[in-house]
Write a protein that binds this ligand. Structure first.
Ligand SMILES: NC(=O)c1ccc[n+]([C@@H]2O[C@H](COP(=O)([O-])OP(=O)(O)OC[C@H]3O[C@@H](n4cnc5c(N)ncnc54)[C@H](OP(=O)(O)O)[C@@H]3O)[C@@H](O)[C@H]2O)c1
Length: 248
């Protein structure tokens, strides 16, 4: 899968799935831009990518703040002259239940990152991606369909993201642009750091049919597949990668 001359923008590229995806695209010769709030994390990923030939453009931006969000597409296109692939990956979560006193506050916080930023970036990126006949990949979750009582906000927003993916695919199909989602189950990243338990990923294993969490690079490889010509007939799809967790 070569991505020579392809420009790829990845939000949340400073760790986890976004970082792994940035490295994989760089290894396949793409020109990459990575977005996140923490410059040190982005710089580390940029250095890792550089070992494979190209240093990505680092964009320090908080996607929940409009003034910063609104610069991301322009910065990428100014640097590289075009945009082929948008990976909407940045995401956050905390435990949320319907009776929580701070439920609405958490909704307002999570929706900005997990849905509003994706709507905005897709809207701004679409004209550029139409020009290149490229593609958009959204990082959703199995929790878009599998219900967990303590992820009422995160799961609801991922469900909305799946719908947004399918509707975007329909809107952009006439222009030859594909839009898909990957829906991971438990994947070893920083996402659950809020638990404050370093062994959180080991603790989850009894819940997983194949008895392991996925590596971030496995999800990254699925993203590369969906962005590649090998998936040229795939659009509006949501690809599950979860070690069987959906069914347990
Ligand atoms: N890990 C899993 O088990 C799992 C399962 C299903 C789906 N997912 C999805 O996978 C995606 C990536 O998460 P991950 O698991 O790789 O976790 P992660 O390691 O925590 O990565 C999330 C990234 O998003 C960035 N980010 C968070 N808020 C941001 C903001 N306001 N503006 C810009 N960047 C922001 C973070 O960087 P900064 O903090 O530096 O900004 C971080 O690099 C998310 O959409 C998540 O919902 C993960």
């Amino acid at each position: 899968m070569s991505f020579t001359n392809k420009v790829v923008l990845i939000t949340g590229g400073g760790s986890g799935i976004g970082a792994a995806t940035a490295i994989l695209f760089t290894r396949e010769d793409a020109q990459v831009a990575i977005v996140g709030r923490t410059e040190e994390k982005l710089t580390k990923v940029a250095e890792e990518c550089e070992k494979y030939g190209k240093r990505p453009l680092v964009i320090k931006a908080d996607v929940s703040i409009d003034e910063e969000l609104n610069t991301i597409i322009d910065k990428t296109v100014t640097q590289y002259g075009k945009l082929d692939i948008l990976v909407n990956n940045a995401g956050i979560t905390v435990l949320t239940k319907l009776l929580d006193a701070d439920l609405v506050q958490n909704f307002d916080k999570i929706v900005k990152v997990n849905l509003r930023a994706i709507v905005s970036l897709s809207n701004k990126a679409a004209p550029h991606i139409i020009n290149t006949k490229g593609s958009i990949i959204n990082v959703s979750s199995i929790l878009s369909t599998k219900v967990r009582g303590d992820q009422i906000i995160y799961g609801s927003l991922k469900a909305a993201l799946d719908y947004f993916t399918r509707a975007s695919a329909l809107d952009l199909a006439p222009y030859g642009v594909r839009v898909n989602a990957v829906n991971p189950g438990y994947t070893k990243t920083n996402l659950l750091n809020f638990f404050g338990q370093e062994d959180i990923w080991e603790r989850l294993i009894p819940r997983i049919p194949l008895g392991k969490c996925a590596e971030a690079s496995e999800v990254g490889n699925m993203i590369l597949y969906l962005a590649s010509d090998k998936a040229k007939s795939v659009t509006g799809s949501t690809y599950v990668i979860d070690n069987g967790s959906m069914h347990k």
